[in-house]
Design a protein around this ligand. Sequence first.
Ligand SMILES: C[S@@+](CC[C@H](N)C(=O)[O-])C[C@H]1O[C@@H](n2cnc3c(N)ncnc32)[C@H](O)[C@@H]1O
Length: 201
Amino acid sequence: MTEQSAWVRMTQEDPEHSAAYVQRFRTLAGQGMDIVGEARLVDAMLPRGSRVLDAGCGPGRVGAFLAEVGHDVVGVDVDPVLIAAAEEDHPGPRWLVGDLAELDLPARGIPEPFDAIVCAGNVMTFLAVSTRREVLLRLRAHVAGDGRAVIGFGAGRGYEFDDFLTDASATGWAPDLLLSTWDLRPFTPNADFLVAVLRPA
Ligand SMILES: C[S@@+](CC[C@H](N)C(=O)[O-])C[C@H]1O[C@@H](n2cnc3c(N)ncnc32)[C@H](O)[C@@H]1O
């Protein structure tokens, strides 16, 4: 049986957790804050009309931007409250409830592989530890042969960067580019954030 994501446990302990998260980003958007930096990086990697999977999409801020600029977006998230908010705020992309550790989009009528998979907002650090490699394998199974994954998360959240890179290598990914920010600063040994651009090995 798939071990539950830490995010799900947090929502069970605090039933307001998801609604507060949705509201936080609605407020930032309403204030005109830039909440799409990750999406701009992904857009720069792709020709328009590309197929993008927003893995752990939450309320959809990243996938929504990518859809608006002309990509074909599918977003998957384990939290139904966040998916409902994505559907309400950003109609257009396909927003699906699902655990990334069980991701099987062909079984849900989406057989085509993705040109890019984006996993922003520390999603990797919320995964149950026992599912990390399974999630990376599932993402690998959904990427096109010349596609890429862009995965970003912070240090000090329980998933060491070296462990992540080992897991990625063990699950069929090779690093194309390692950054320390979504605005393209190079990764350094002391970086407190990792943005890994991975390709199928
Ligand atoms: C901090 S939020 C980031 C949401 C979105 N990526 C963003 O950047 O706005 C972390 C997200 O990871 C999702 N998540 C955590 N574990 C997951 C899993 N096993 N499968 C799918 N989504 C998961 C949570 O539901 C939550 O939406």
